[in-house]
Design a protein around this ligand. Structure first.
Ligand code: DON
Length: 309
């Protein structure tokens, strides 16, 4: 991987922002969560956090957006910290090749979700950290973890987004109820889904998200919230499963572990070097940010950043 010149990197981010602002085909903003449908599709942000805490940015990098499924990375880190490898008796580590909210595979595989990033898997992870606790305490722990990682206390849950998702959470409730039927849910599904929709409604700016991702970069100067061996494994899961049935395409085009959210954000990790957050609300057909992926592809090409050398 090439060393990066900060001035050149800043110039590259400005160039990418300019290019993405002008794109006419921007993808479709998620509408199944009504509150997310209100977001302006013209928004665009990119932020790169370096291990010494420096953040380079362009665009709407100080505007909060709904992190949605990117929250699954933080809950996974918390669950692994609390349960260790026991978690893997309830959720797998294989790519699903199916949509993030698919019900199909779950029945064929007896209520054990393929991985912790598809909705069913993330619901199991949330259920695991909820056991023996109140939702309020679990959400408090999640916010504490994210704030510590980002070095910023001004990170909150958007209640309107959580309420909006809860009102239309039929598929997630179906996934949770099916897992309950198969003995893979420990709490009442309403409690687990209530916690899950609130975790997805965490709002962060691209600057905050890039900084929060530094705990996965594993370089001197980065927050030490997770052991290095576990960091590698979370990155492996992000690479293989972080973009659902678009994970292969993302790995091919960007070459970095990444996690997307239907709010249009993507967190990408350059091991040992940087954490990158992009935000563009329009999604591709896999439910991943269309221009966010394009921006990361440009950035990876310009910097030479790739886990594949
Ligand atoms: O459960 C859901 O459907 C949403 N709260 C999160 C889905 C999501 O972000 C998928 N990612 N691209």
């Amino acid at each position: 991987m090439e060393a990066v010149n900060r001035a050149e990197l800043a110039g590259k981010l400005a160039e990418i922002e300019h290019r993405m602002r002008q794109a006419e085909v921007r993808g479709a903003v998620a509408s199944y969560i009504p509150e997310l449908a209100k977001v302006d599709p013209a928004r665009f942000a990119v932020a790169v956090a370096l291990p010494d805490g420096t953040v380079l940015q362009a665009g709407d990098a100080a505007t909060p957006f709904s992190i949605q499924s990117i929250s699954k990375v933080f809950t996974l880190a918390i669950a692994l910290g609390r349960l260790g490898d026991q978690l893997w008796s309830r959720v797998g580590r294989e790519p699903s090749g199916l949509a993030f909210n698919s019900i199909l595979q779950l029945e064929q595989e007896n209520g054990i979700p393929r991985n912790p990033f598809v909705n069913a898997g993330a619901i199991v992870v949330t259920d695991a950290i909820l056991a023996g606790h109140q939702p309020r305490a679990v959400l408090g722990e999640l916010l504490h973890f994210i704030r510590l990682a980002a070095g910023d206390d001004d990170i909150h849950i958007n209640r309107a987004v959580a309420v909006s998702e809860q009102a239309t959470a039929h598929r997630n409730i179906a996934l949770a109820e099916f897992m309950a039927a198969m003995g893979n849910l420990r709490n009442p599904s309403a409690l687990t889904i209530g916690t899950y929709v609130h975790q997805c409604a965490v709002e962060m700016t691209a600057i905050q998200l890039a900084r929060a991702g530094l705990f996965l970069v594993n370089a001197p100067g980065c927050p030490r919230l997770v052991a290095p061996a576990r960091i590698r494994r979370i990155n492996a899961l992000m690479m293989m499963c972080g973009h659902y049935d678009g994970s292969g395409e993302f790995a091919y085009r960007v070459g970095l572990p990444g996690k997307s959210g239907v709010g249009g954000g993507i967190l990408a990790i350059v091991p040992g070097r940087a954490s990158i957050a992009v935000w563009s609300p329009g999604l591709n057909t896999n439910g991943n940010s269309k221009l966010g992926t394009e921006a990361l592809e440009h950035l990876a090409r310009a910097t030479g950043w790739s886990v594949f050398g």
